[in-house]
Write a new protein. Sequence first.
Lengths: 331, 310
Amino acid sequence: MALLEVRDLTVVFERKGEAPFTAVDRVSFDVEPGQTVGLVGESGCGKSVTSLAIMGLLPKRGAKVSGSVQFEGTNLLSLSDKGMRDRRGRDLGMVFQDPLSSLNPVIPIGLQVTEVLERHRDMPRRKAMVEAADLLDKVGIPDPGRRLTEYPHQLSGGMRQRALIAIALACRPRLLIADEPTTALDVTIQAQILALLKELVRDLGTALVMITHDLGVVAGLCDEVNVLYGGRVVEKAQRHELFAQPRHPYTHGLLASIPRLDAPRGEKLVPIRGSVADNIPWEGGCAFAPRCPNALDVCRQETPAQDDLGGGRLLRCHNPVRPAPAEEVSV
Amino acid sequence: MPTPTTKKERIDALAESTSDSGVSLAASAWKRLRRSPVFLVGLVIIVLFLVTAVIAPWIAPHDPAARDLIDQVVKARNEIPPAQPGYPLGGDQVGRDFLSRLLVGSQQTLLVGVFATLIGLVGGLILGTLSGALGGWVDSLVMRVVDVMLSIPQLLLAFGIGALFAKPNLFTVILAVSIVQIPVFARLLRGSMLAQRSSDHVLAATALGVKPGPIVFRHMLPNSLGPVIVQSTLVLATSIIDAAALSFLGLGNPDDTVPEWGQMLGNAQTVIDSHPALAFWPAGCIILIALGFTLVGESLRDALDPKNRR
């Protein structure tokens, strides 16, 4: 049985006087123990809302969550507030995008690490401090004893993200959700943080849900990738297959818009036209059709169903990109 | 305390020392304040008045209640005794030493200011925390009450509350002035609590399973206090003025053997044409101490502004 089974997860935002907005539409995916699964897409495609829904962090009023999120056989969506609170931080950890604003500015780093240890592992403060120093050491923060007494603004960006990862992993959760953990960092630090995450999830056997818009991150980290568009999974594949043979025009477009070092000189990047903001709802056609180079008439009339292509590969498209014959892609 | 050497010792030491929050915010604010002339001027004024209030009974040349110069008043047909050796500011209408009254009067004024601000602050903290942390109908209820109180001019409301008491005394003055300040603090704190509630670090703490209690008192409240601290120095200034105004209008302590600046100012009203000095000194003192607190408050506001922080 999978560690996390997300089935038909749907999030509808309802506001008085406005039409309800479906941010996440029947998203399903599994995460096996120790596996790294990517959720990929542009801003506004529902990645973050999916993660917040799994963690039960969406506001009670205004957001309607349906479907099921089975974590080790328990439906997280049906848990009480208290039940969910006891699991957060202990069974499920989360790392957010902006490391500075995710840390409490008026509390030293040490107390923010010990807080979660005291909360879930009933450690006394002194013992938790020793453990906290170990944790900071483990995520590669030098001189952890001193860093524990420092405040978030005294740490560098990379250091802060390391501290957040230490906090999220303090209780050894079986699942870690990382919501764009490298977006606010510069490129060299990004690489370090990704390497750290990779190493930690391997050593601790933690399953990782990686939320990102950066296909480079996916290439380096994820076993399985879900590409989201307009709140739905449009393509799901193993990492290698996805990069070797993207079938959905959206995935294809995302890959084509990445600059490559091995591309011939002078070759232009191919952007995806338009932006997510002008997408249409999925009813009566494909949401991606207005931006799709492959769009046919049927794309604007019928909502594409999700086809199982075998080998764990799912696709939602009327006119997919033809698999390129035997192109060697190294990732 | 010996300097800890081993890692273990150091961690033990810091486990004890890191329990109070906000150190860094205060430290970085202090760094900037030390170099601010506005702050230093305000601080000097406040310290001067505080020291005066504390040592007033010893430095006052005469008993502020004793009618030492009553003979002069009677002899000159209710004339006010002028400045003379031993009485540098002369006497008041009943022959008491004016300088002594002015010095001892600082005690009452500062007492009212400080306690009124403290009570207002505590009341505002309770209401603002309830409102900002619970939200919903509690928030609506508290905020409507606050709205009603804020819709009445502050001073007028203080007069109204002060007039409710048949026998005004020091305590009723403090109460009247402090109740008026509660909605100001409550509104301010609620606003910054709401901003905190939707902040990333509160979401991150929630994602770690931190319970609602610590979320409010460890993550939201300490981060919301900056504006409230600034406001309290400004409220100190206004409550001193409000208290003086209450005394001036006879809603203060009726026992005039205990001098108070507002009351002295009120007494001087009838003779202000012939003896403006009797109004000048207490009024000047009120303005000066209010200015001192305002200067400190303004520079604190700048120093605590997160936009200036680094």
